[in-house]
Design a protein around this ligand. Structure first.
Ligand code: F6R
Length: 608
């Protein structure tokens, strides 16, 4: 996590660097800093807290510079504080910003201390500045010093560094943390994310692991792992400003919830035709590979994992394939046995989640038939390193709590279920039924968004409690888990999810008037059983809030039933997600939390 940005230009860069940090605050927002070359000195400003505070400091100190680096932090080593904020410096000469984790930092710190360097922060990053200075002081160029430093570092990093003695060049390096160069007009830029510099250019070069590059306002040169000059492909990407501004909404999360009808249309667009899914939508040759698949392994984290749990039901029902699901952070450590003809599926909004990426890299060494990713960022590491991919086309998701990324992942996973079923010759009638339902999915999501007024009626009762329980059965259990995750991450209310049938095996003991119970009750073959489970809650004085199909009748003592729009059963998990997102948002709004940037979290988790 953390966001880094650097600029070498013919104009003043302070403002554009800070604007870039604002765009990357989703990556971390506990402190920020900047180092600017200014009349053979370095202006070095750091603040604890959000980028706005750094901006205020910049306005009062007005540094002027054509070359600089900046950083917004999500703390890993060392608490959020000004001392631990980047840029870190060495001997008032070398200044660096770093995203990632240096795993052997204790050994390297020891070595540098023996060489006379003293440390002013608790971070792993500061040693990079000292190591560069150590090699520079021995007479090496900055480029060579970066290579020598890289030889010492174990771990993940995107680094940008400047030298007080050189007001023309910035050196950047990448290993397992995203880093790209932006080609501007009379300037070159570098950043962790194209969003940070999208207002300045639409031409980007994504560096590869091991790459080092030197940027000035006039030119840039990229070197590979072995220090050979290399050309890397230039990608043209248009990220409109509209996609990264809140527009009429109070928060990005709110905007992203209401963007879901269009986002889902974008996921499906051009991928279905007639009454079936089109061939090879996951990449050339994917339909042929799918014929051979006998088993699926999903790895993902958080919300993306919940999407995977729903999809496992679809793979079974539509494609008749068994699925194993693992938390990406756990997968490598259970010595997974890989069955013949297994397909590894990763799911990730950002495509940069370190645990998921590490799981993919591990899996590529194993005997998988192929690897496939469901991802929202076409230029991401997961997309580039997987054999096949489908992009959810949801547009940038800025709110830390995932909303449209989740529902579009589900839409893409449904396309995958259909594509697997088609290649394997399974369930043609069911496929046609689902395709028909998918065509009206966006309209049903729109209708569901209109439930907001009803949700506003129940939000205060939940906002006043410290705990909440979410219940669902079958394919709705992962949706209950997603509802609980959303509520806890943005409102800080402790929330758990259970399959409703499990209540009587323990959690029923928690039920009293202080425990609101939010239940999902679609029309299904186990609807009656679910209603019985909810009766058990009612009998113990629990307050129930039930999102239910109109066919389900319940007589509640306290609480409320909210009727949901009708939809094909297989797609209802997408529909039932919507009110849970709105509920979390409205509850968080009542509790006055920082909805888009909840405490302790960051959007793109690029550390393991
Ligand atoms: C929760 C949330 C996280 C992410 C998780 C994986 O709202 O957003 O749980 O889903 O960190 O991130 P990606 O999907 O980028 O791999």
């Amino acid at each position: 996590m953390c966001g880094i940005i650097a600029a070498a230009s013919n104009r003043n860069v302070g403002k554009l660097l800070v604007q870039g940090l604002h765009k990357m605050e989703y990556r971390g927002y506990d402190s920020a800093g900047i180092a600017l070359h200014q009349n053979n000195q370095i202006a070095h400003l750091r603040t604890l807290g959000k980028v706005k505070l750094l901006e205020e400091k910049m306005i009062s100190e007005k540094p002027k510079s054509k070359l600089g680096i900046a950083h917004t932090r999500w703390a890993t080593h060392g608490e959020p504080s000004e001392e631990n904020a980047h840029p870190h410096k060495s001997n008032e000469r070398v200044y660096i910003v770093h995203n990632g984790i240096i795993e052997n930092y204790l050994d390297l710190k020891e070595f540098l201390k023996k060489e006379g360097y003293s440390f002013s922060s608790q971070t792993d990053s500061e040693l990079i500045a000292h190591m560069l200075e150590y090699f520079l002081a021995k007479g090496n160029s900055m480029l060579d010093s970066m290579y020598l430093t890289k030889e010492k570092l174990d771990g993940a990093y995107a680094i940008a560094a400047i030298d007080k003695e050189d007001d023309k060049n910035i050196i950047i390096a990448r290993n397992k943390s995203p880093l790209l160069i932006g080609i501007g007009t009379d300037e070159f830029l570098a950043a962790s994310d194209p969003l940070a510099i999208a207002q300045l250019t639409n031409e980007f070069i994504f560096l590869e692991d091991g790459d080092v590059a030197e940027l000035s306002s006039e030119e840039f040169t990229i070197y590979d792992q072995s220090k050979n000059k290399v050309e890397r492909e230039i990608s043209q990407i248009d990220i409109s400003n509209q996609a990264t501004s809140k527009g009429e909404y109070k928060h990005f999360m709110e905007k992203e919830i209401y963007e879901q009808p269009d986002a889902i249309l974008n996921t499906i667009d051009g991928r279905v035709g007639g009454d079936d899914v089109l061939d090879n939508i996951f990449g050339i040759g994917s339909s042929e590979i799918f014929e051979k698949v006998k088993r699926i392994q999903i790895v993902a984290c958080g919300t993306s994992l919940h999407a995977g749990r729903v999809a496992a039901n679809w793979f079974s029902a539509i494609a008749e394939l068994p699925t194993q699901i693992d938390y990406a952070s756990e997968y490598r450590y259970r010595n997974p046995h890989v069955d013949e003809d297994s397909l590894l599926v990763t799911i990730s909004q950002s495509g940069e989640t370190a645990d998921t990426l590490a799981a993919l890299r591990y899996a590529k060494e194993k005997d998988y038939l192929s690897t496939l990713t469901i991802c929202n960022v076409p230029t991401s590491s997961l997309a580039r390193e997987s054999d096949y991919s489908i992009f959810t086309n949801a547009g940038p998701e800025i709110g830390v709590a995932s909303t449209k990324a989740f529902t579009t992942q589900l839409a893409a996973l449904m396309l995958l279920s259909l594509a697997l079923a088609k290649s394997r010759g399974k369930n043609p009638k069911l496929r046609t039924r689902v395709i028909t339902a998918m065509r009206s999915l966006s309209d049903t999501v729109n209708e569901t968004l209109k439930l907001k007024d009803k949700i506003l009626e129940i939000a205060p009762a939940i906002a006043s409690k410290d705990n909440a329980l979410f219940l669902g059965r079958g394919i709705f259990y992962p949706i209950a888990k997603e509802g609980a995750l959303k509520l806890k991450e943005i409102s800080y209310i402790h929330a758990e999810a259970y399959p409703a049938g499990e209540l009587k095996h323990g959690p029923l003991a928690l039920i009293d008037e202080e425990m609101p119970v939010i239940a999902l009750a679609p029309e299904s073959e186990i609807a009656e059983k679910l209603v019985s489970n909810l009766e058990e809650v009612k009998a113990r004085g629990g307050t129930l809030y039930v999102f239910a199909d109109p066919s389900i009748t319940m007589d509640l003592k306290s609480g409320q039933v909210i009727n949901m729009p009708k939809c094909d059963f297989l797609l209802t998990p997408i529909i039932y997600t919507i009110p849970l997102q709105i509920l979390s948002y409205e509850v968080a709004l009542l509790r006055g939390t920082d909805i888009d940037q909840p405490r302790n979290l960051a959007k793109s988790v690029t550390v393991e």
